[in-house]
Design a protein around this ligand. Structure first.
Ligand code: HGY
Ligand code: MN
Ligand code: MN
Length: 437
């Protein structure tokens, strides 16, 4: 009996492998769609600005929904605006496998960050359908809401809410820089579903894979087409408010000034010092955002709000940088008689990729003759939060000079094609019950 069963599986596997061997990724179509998506932007070409729930982003969402429908996916959206496209498998009651990323873009950034994972997911599904592949487990493509922190100060809003890492009352507290609440903005964007129904349970998905540009130079320097991400660095964001005393830039003499911007400048250098203080090359710290009040050349700055981005691949050194900055702020505040306050907007742990998933992906790379390296992701992604509810992994493709979050961001059609091909193979392997050897 054993031999019959073995032969049966062998035949099934053979024909299945044959099917997938003919898989074709239409790279021109993906590139065309990426270019089209890039036209939904509030910045002049080649930059892209696409802020959560702006009219431009809402138009881009409609485009994504259409592409998902045209690919034969059943589309639904949740109360925070995550968009799901499902390909129902032969065993629809099993937890699906999933893939996806984001399409929102920070001001004056590039056209490949996030979008390669969403449009690459659509193309992977089309290619699998094209060769007649039928998944056992359903395959779900997810476009996450607001992976970027631009509008509400917190990154990965959609994947945090989906995985229960951001409760409805925490969502309700979020405000944009015009004082508009997340709930108000999402309502006017047409999302009125109950926020209590957004979070899903651990195990709701069997796995999650994200395809993304590396946003760093290592693959290009190593001249490799694929990166398999082993872990994602631990991100933290702090908002610091400094209250000094304003006044006439000409009439107020220097002794006794309480210049909030001068204090902020000392803190910026302390942020840089914090990153060097760990002695680790994986420690990074950045002040990328600052509001100066009143913001006139002849008026002493009285009120500063600044945001600080702190990361390390390990949590302990990341936390030591947070403590370093808190201590520095206290000292500067005392010395300059400035009232200072710190709000920690997020301080997330790093995430590790699923060992079994990595095994499947290594085999898929070998099968496709794609050389790869394993590496850490220094950028955070929705995968960081999906890892709280299921095994996750990421596929990186190279990007020119490692550029990202700037208009020169670029991945070639061939690099995109290889990433999508590996994604398709991996989705086929993990969504079927056939042993993926
Ligand atoms: O900032 C990040 O790591 C991501 O690109 N939002
Ligand atoms: Mn980004
Ligand atoms: Mn991204």
């Amino acid at each position: 009996m054993g031999k019959v069963v073995h032969d049966f599986w062998h035949v099934v596997l053979e024909s299945w492998e044959m099917t997938l061997a003919n898989l074709q990724i239409d790279q021109d179509r993906v590139v065309e769609e990426l270019e089209k998506l890039a036209t939904f932007s509030d910045a002049p070409e080649p930059a892209v600005t696409r802020i959560l729930f702006s009219p431009t982003e809402l138009a881009a969402r409609a485009y994504i929904r259409q592409l998902m429908r045209d690919a034969g996916l059943a589309v639904r959206e949740d109360g925070v605006g995550n968009i799901f496209g499902r390909w129902t498998g032969a065993q629809p009651d099993l937890p699906p496998v999933s893939t996806g990323s984001h399409i929102d873009a920070i001001p004056f950034s590039g056209r490949f960050d996030g979008t390669v994972g969403v449009l690459g997911g659509v193309e992977a599904v089309r290619a699998l359908k094209q060769v007649g592949f039928q998944p056992e487990r359903s395959i779900e493509l997810i476009m996450f809401t607001s992976e970027e922190p631009t509008r509400f100060g917190l990154g990965c809003l959609g994947s945090r809410a989906l995985t229960g890492s951001l409760a409805p009352d925490q969502l309700a507290e979020l405000q944009d820089d015009k004082g508009r609440s997340f709930v108000e903005v999402r309502n006017s964007a047409g999302y009125q579903q109950n926020l209590n129904e957004v979070a899903i349970k651990p195990g709701a998905y069997d796995a999650f894979i994200e395809l993304h540009i590396e946003q760093g130079p290592r693959l290009e320097q190593a001249n490799l087409p694929i990166g398999l991400v082993t872990s994602i660095a631990a991100p933290a964001t702090m908002r610091v408010t400094l209250e000094g005393e304003g006044g006439h830039a000409g009439a107020v003499l220097m002794p006794g000034r309480r210049d909030a911007l001068a204090a902020a400048s000392e803190l910026i250098l302390a942020v840089e010092q914090a990153a060097f203080s760990t002695g680790r090359r994986d420690s990074v710290a950045t002040v990328g955002l600052m509001q100066i009040h009143p913001g006139a050349v002849n008026s002493i700055p009285s009120h500063i709000v600044m945001e600080i981005d702190i990361r390390d691949t390990a949590q302990a050194p990341r936390d030591s940088m947070v403590a370093f900055i808190q201590a520095a702020l206290e000292k500067i505040g005392k010395k300059r008689q400035i009232e200072a306050s710190i709000e920690i907007l997020n301080a997330d742990p790093p995430s590790q990729s699923g060992a079994d998933l990595l095994k499947v992906m290594r085999k898929a790379c070998d099968k496709l003759h794609l050389e790869y390296m394993e590496l850490v992701s220094r950028a955070y992604h929705d995968t960081l939060f999906m890892s709280k509810i299921c095994p996750t992994a990421m596929i990186f493709i190279p990007c020119k000079n490692g550029y990202s979050h700037r208009p020169e961001e670029y991945a070639s059609p061939l690099q995109i094609q290889r990433g999508v091909r590996l994604l398709a193979q991996t989705l086929a392997d993990i969504s079927s019950n056939y042993p993926a050897n």
